[in-house]
Design a protein around this ligand. Structure first.
Ligand SMILES: [Zn+2]
Length: 236
């Protein structure tokens, strides 16, 4: 039954998605908000969209040599546009190909600082809810499908469950993946807000990697995430 409701919820999102694309074509600009430009909040949820990695930290490399950080950003920007169209407050950890570290000279120190800054942004945002975008990779190229992780609270678990079910239903038919607790993931272990980390697919699987590079597939992925999130926030 929940899925019927979700399917109904998805329809206007697809329409809005197309409408948004038309609008951006007319205006020639993107509705992107940097976290520093966030307007004062009034008790509403602010969805913090984290494009994983960035700058000198490219994350994983795909089977055709594309950096995970680039795909994360492309998807995060599309998700931000969609959530704006749906009327949600959003903030982005990064809107360009940068790392957000403030300290450190070695790669390891910069990475540690980068993650601390991301945690600070999430925990410093009143009514924040984190969606972190990443891509998976594995030595065996057979594996595919989105995997959702949650941080340590019941709200995060419920959000991840809804996201995992919707992604299986609309993007990865037949996927048996279940949401997992994000143990050992610094960002997810240190945020005190609800949050889900989405590994959108496997960059080591040639078929899925080609999809993840495709702007149309990225839009479909973002429609599923935005519609599920919208449903989740409405029920809060
Ligand atoms: Zn990653």
């Amino acid at each position: 039954m929940r899925y019927k409701r979700l399917a109904l919820a998805l329809l206007p999102v697809y329409i809005l998605c197309l409408g948004g694309l038309l609008l951006s074509a007319v205006w020639g600009s993107r509705a992107v908000t940097a976290i520093t430009q966030t307007a004062p909040l009034t008790g509403r949820r602010c969805v913090i969209i984290d494009a994983g990695h960035g700058g000198e930290d490219g994350g994983a490399t795909s089977c055709t040599g594309v950096l995970e950080s680039r795909l994360n950003l492309e998807i995060a920007l599309k998700l931000n546009d969609l959530l704006h169209l749906l009327g949600y407050d959003t903030a982005m950890v990064r809107t360009t190909d940068v790392s957000v570290y403030t300290q450190g000279t070695t790669i390891a120190a910069k990475k540690a600082s980068d993650l601390k800054e991301r945690v600070k942004l999430v925990n410093g945002t009143e009514n924040g809810l984190l969606i972190s975008i990443h891509q998976n990779t594995f030595s065996d190229s057979r594996y595919s499908g989105a995997q959702v992780f949650f941080s340590r609270n019941t709200e995060s678990r419920a959000l991840a469950k809804a996201l995992q079910a919707a992604l299986a239903e609309y993007l990865n038919p037949g996927s048996q993946r279940q949401p997992k607790r994000a143990t050992g993931v610094y960002l997810m272990e240190h945020i005190d807000r609800p949050g889900a980390l989405i590994e959108c697919g496997f960059l080591s699987n040639p078929e899925e990697e080609a999809k993840l590079r495709d702007p149309e597939y990225q839009r479909r992925l973002c429609c599923v995430i935005a519609a599920t999130l919208s449903n989740f926030l409405d029920q809060e």
